[in-house]
Design a protein around this ligand. Structure first.
Ligand code: GUN
Ligand code: FE
Length: 445
């Protein structure tokens, strides 16, 4: 595995999405990586001429080189119960999620967290934003595992003081949760030269008091950390919030009143929003994590992606495990496309989401949603070298030379979305360091 910091070159079919709707491709391309950054991008022949043997060259053909995938919303303690339960959000949380989160502490958390991040990097995810359980040690274990794995991670301890799965009285829960969250933030925020960051994480308005949400927002502002929560995922959730917060104009207004909508806020789901709410999120410059595979699994609804994008909201994608059944972001892109296809069957003027656009959401779109598009999300010189190398032969039904030679960037992205996953992921790099390498096939030298 590439692990030192000396410069090296990677050769392959370079593909990225510099904006929504645009794919950029370089069939015989090369990326030069120096000191964790992309120092040059270009055609292999040109770069090779400039740097004949002064650096190490890794020829990865027939492979595509993409910016690393970005998962803007998932849950560390829930991975062990993926694909469990056929109920909607609130009964699913009670029956399947709170019981497993309640256990996610001590040796169990320390054992599962490394496997979770290993699984993310095996799937080609280079940046993840995730919730731990309510326990301080569950979040600590998450950060420790993320640190070891080499992934870029934004994590936070789950905060909830209404109907929590913990044993403490709500009043105690509030003060302890604030104290522990602050302590975790002080310990981990911007550690590993900024590779690890903290997100204050009030679960959602159903399980958080106003005081908790307001305090979480204050802490996030004080430490210039992220805030993450869930919003408008499910109809029953909306009704619950309406009854809890009768004076609020709508669900989003509950968060606005608590100061939770900020440019450092990432709200998950956002399916059942009215136009005022969409405008309020846009005006606050908060970002949205769209979780289509989860929304299908839990029958939550079909997000009006076009309306959020039209309002100028930065939208990234989230696996939302265990609402979503897998960490594979190609499958999340596929679900995003299929949700918009399902909508367009009933709304004739709606343009479906194209594979290249879904790919944008999982790369540069996600980077924008996390306020990181200056450092990651595309293959541009000067950016940090978060990349994945995907074996094209593993995606094609008949991987002969002619079929490989004919592939366009659009074909390749579509193949990844419909057939991609860990079986085709050869390598994952963060800051130019190879943090995952597929095992060589049996019998290979
Ligand atoms: N809303 C509040 N908590 C959760 C959660 O853990 N998963 C999902 N999908 N939605 C939520
Ligand atoms: Fe979630």
């Amino acid at each position: 595995m590439q692990s030192d910091t000396s410069p090296f070159g990677l050769r392959g079919f370079l593909i990225d999405a510099p904006q929504f709707g645009t794919l950029r491709g370089r069939p015989n391309g090369a990326v030069l990586i120096d000191n964790g950054k992309i120092s040059k991008i270009g055609d292999y022949d040109d770069l090779r001429r400039l740097h004949p043997n002064s650096i190490r060259w890794l020829d990865r053909r027939p492979a595509a080189i993409f910016p690393g995938l970005i998962d803007c919303h998932t849950h560390l303690p829930q991975y062990s119960v993926v694909a469990r339960g056929e109920s909607e959000l609130l009964p699913w949380l009670r029956q399947h999620i709170f019981p497993v989160e309640r256990e996610f502490t001590g040796p169990k958390a320390r054992a599962e967290a490394p496997a979770f991040f290993q699984e993310l990097v095996r799937n080609g995810t280079t940046t993840v934003m995730a919730y731990a359980a309510i326990y301080e040690d569950s979040c600590d274990a998450g950060f420790e595992a993320a640190k070891q794995s080499g992934i870029r991670a934004i994590l936070g301890k789950m905060m909830m003081d209404l109907g929590s799965y913990g044993q403490l009285q709500p009043k105690k829960v509030l003060s302890i949760s604030l104290l522990e969250s602050e302590r975790l933030c002080r310990k981990w925020h911007r550690s590993e030269e900024g590779r690890l960051e903290y997100a204050f994480s009030p679960r959602f308005a159903v399980t958080c008091s106003e005081k908790m949400m307001r305090s979480a927002a204050e802490l996030a502002a004080r430490f210039e950390a992220y805030l993450q929560t869930h919003l408008a995922e499910n109809r029953e959730e909306l009704e619950k919030v309406h009854h809890l917060y009768m004076s609020a104009r709508d669900y989003t207004h509950v968060y606005e009143k608590c100061g939770m909508l900020t440019p450092h806020t990432v709200v998950g789901h956002c399916i059942h929003l009215n136009p005022r709410e969409i405008a309020a999120i846009a005006a606050a410059q908060s970002s949205v994590a769209h979780c289509p595979s989860s929304n299908l699994f839990l029958g939550s609804g079909l997000m009006k992606l076009d309306q959020l994008l039209k309002a100028g909201i930065n939208v990234g994608l989230g696996s939302d495990v265990a609402g979503g059944p897998e960490l594979n972001m190609w499958q999340v892109m596929r679900a995003a496309i299929e949700v918009q296809k399902a909508r367009s069957a009933y709304e004739p003027n709606l343009r479906p989401l194209r594979p290249g656009e879904a790919f944008y959401l999982a790369t540069l779109g996600g980077a924008r949603a996390l306020g990181k598009s200056n450092i990651i999300g595309s293959l541009d010189s000067g950016k940090e070298a978060d990349l994945i190398v995907v074996d094209l032969a593993a995606l094609l039904p008949y991987p002969n030379e002619d079929a490989l030679a004919e592939l366009t960037p659009e074909d390749i992205v579509a193949l990844c979305i419909y057939r991609g996953g860990p079986q085709a992921n050869l390598e994952t790099y963060v800051r130019g360091k190879c943090i995952y390498q597929a095992p060589s096939p049996a019998g290979a030298l």
